[in-house]
Design a binder for this molecule. Sequence first.
Ligand code: HEC
Length: 156
Amino acid sequence: MTQTMIQRVARPAIVLALAAACRTKGGAAPTRSDAPAAIAYPSHIAAGGVAPRGATLTNPYAGDTAAVTAGAALFTAMNCDGCHGGGATGWVGPSLADGRWRYGGAAGEIFSSIYYGRRQGMPAFGGIMPAAGIWKVVTYLQSLEPPNDVPTESWK
Ligand code: HEC
């Protein structure tokens, strides 16, 4: 083996070992949780063709109009509107009212976006909102009717 070949093989191994060490140091994930660990994404392509085990999340408040009102109040109280705008029509965060979803618009997918956050700027609210509150916000968001004229267009 040449010097560069050894480096090429050894470097990822060192990075992996360091990553593992950091994870152990950081401690275990918080145990306080009232949500299932993950949801099944049948539409996603899993590495190796094997989908990870996941649960199907169902909204306990589906179709509950009182939950829509409570969810709208929470949307303001938790400052979701500070990023997503009043009525969730979009501000620095994307519109949640235009019927288009980057991470999916099914109840469980919206729940996961809020509970776990999303990588391009969506904070995780799972640690500061109970699952019941998040479900009410999900119910509110799903009650919003997409406008006829959406201010942005998808790329063709
Ligand atoms: C600090 C700004 C910020 C706050 C506060 C915030 N969001 Fe977001 N949110 C974002 C950004 C930015 C994205 C886009 C993330 C991405 O594309 O990866 C996002 C994405 C989302 C998505 C996924 C949208 C999609 O297209 O799939 C949902 C659902 C969502 N936010 C709901 C909420 C709710 C509910 C709250 C309040 C509990 C909230 N957000 C608070 C910035 C914010």
